[in-house]
Design a protein. Structure first.
Length: 117
């Protein structure tokens, strides 16, 4: 009996964070409590980057984003499959993107008062 192996692309895509960015935020109550105690505004949770995303030190700022999944970077031309916004963490692979309904349902007001409450 042959063992079916998962498609390598499906496996690679399965680790891409859900959402519009090349990162996600995960709850970190202990860290959030420490930040709240300072009285300064903060974004809750801990930043977890996509394992395929990279910022290249050998490229100029705002041209240094690279996606291992796409095998493309911000410094590449369009005919080379180049990207434009990976440097800023904006997802360009299109994997695990939210639907319009999900975007509307997840909209959060990041006002300082709400962050510190």
């Amino acid at each position: 009996m042959a063992i079916e192996q998962e498609d390598p692309m499906a496996q690679a895509e399965s680790i891409v964070p859900h959402g519009m960015y090349c990162y996600t935020r995960v709850p970190d109550p202990e860290r959030d409590a420490e930040r709240a105690a300072t009285g300064k505004p903060f974004i809750p949770g801990r930043h977890v980057p996509c394992p395929h995303h990279e910022l290249r030190a050998d490229k100029p700022e705002q041209e240094n984003g690279y996606c291992r999944l796409l095998k493309a970077g911000d410094w590449m031309s369009a005919d080379q499959g180049g990207t434009m916004l990976l440097w800023d963490g904006c997802k360009e692979c299109g994997v695990n993107m939210p639907t319009d309904a999900e975007i509307l349902a997840e909209q959060v007001d990041w006002t300082p008062a709400q962050q510190l409450a």
